[in-house]
Design a protein around this ligand. Sequence first.
Ligand code: ADP
Ligand code: ASP
Ligand code: MG
Length: 440
Amino acid sequence: MNVLKFGGTSVGSPERIKGVAELITSDKQRKIVVLSAMSGTTNTLVEIADYYRKRNLESANSVINRLRNLYMQHMQELYTDDNLREETKQVIDDIFTFLHSFSAKDWDETYEKAILAQGELMSTNMMRNYLREKGIKVQLISAFDYMRIDENGEPMLRPISEYWKPLLKDDKDTQIYLTQGFICLNPAGEIDNLQRGGSDYTACLIGAALKLKEIQIWTDIDGMHNNDPRFVENTRPVRQLNFEEAAELAYFGAKILHPTCIQPARYAGVPVRLLNTMQPEAPGTLINNEMQEGNIKAIAAKDNITAIKIVSSRMLLATGFLRKIFEIFEQYKTSIDMVTTSEVGVSLSIDNTSRLDPILEALRECGTVEVDNDMCIICVVGDLKSYNTGFEAMATDALSQIPIRMISYGGSNHNISFLIKKEYKEQALKSLSQKIFPTA
Ligand code: ADP
Ligand code: ASP
Ligand code: MG
């Protein structure tokens, strides 16, 4: 059995919803289908939550009404069966009543997650009833029944297998199990989520927990490209990636995959395939355990990075200096992306600045601290084992015109990373592509 995830653009219009319905029912195989919200919806819900937070009820109201009108138009286009259309309209209307209900309440930060969850609840209800209209045996499974995160925000595999395994064993009648990506419950039993882009993570978690045959991520492009197509022309799809290469590309900014979604698939050994909904016959990208020796596969960039340099007040680093520094980041639950050290200090980078002030205050006890905001990590991924000579030279050569703040190499066999100012990002991506993947 496979799990198939369809992203926002794949279900972005009634036309696209019909296309996905066609695609998932073209064979008679039982499958689990994970859906995102229709494209644009989650961003609109973020906007609504922001207006409520600022007590701008008038703007919240008008954005909700605009979104409601759009969904009512979708209802008209999606269904031919009047009863099913009315039934779906009722579900969607209840969701809009829920969105309006916050105007009567004092804002509480937990409301945002509940508001953001509504996009996936709408898309899955719409798809379910469209499949029913087509006579398909479909079950809508609520993500709140099996997707949980722990106190550290980490998703848990056990509730997934405990919920799904008996269901799949006992019920042989259902063809499509439909469920929401992205949304979950936290330990307090409140609505939460797996972070933006989290539907990929839902699919990978289900695939890993149930040890399925394959996890398929269906999106609007024919697989992982060798560079970011939003900034570089003539990028090409990469046919195969090792789990570690894919995990690094996702973590270091390849938007096609949620940053941490590959980890569960890798531990469970379940292959992941990236496919294009608009071009289903294209081969896409296969992510598995194989390693193609001696190849550079792709380049990615991660934005919003802050670099911190701590220079020790002593001439040489005292024993325990690094431990003290890392403990400060651990205490404030902030993970470090890149690190370089010298005999007098350490430079590191973080992407979560929510606890930056107390971190800097604590670091200043250890030495002189310098901070650079608006940085970006450029990451070159492939088989970069130390006996493969020349790759680092090629990458640094491509960046010879760009000031580099930090370089990290050797931490893994798959990546070399450069920290540069954000303003050089596009130039860096383009010149790396020209050097490493020349088109002519
Ligand atoms: P979905 O809504 O299906 O989850 P996303 O927008 O999250 O889709 O991801 C697909 C997009 O990722 C592509 O349209 C492309 O612009 C962007 N992207 C960024 N880097 C890459 C890459 N290396 N390969 C393919 N797509 C990439
Ligand atoms: N709808 C969510 C988002 O826009 C989750 C996803 O699309 O994967 O972030
Ligand atoms: Mg996505």
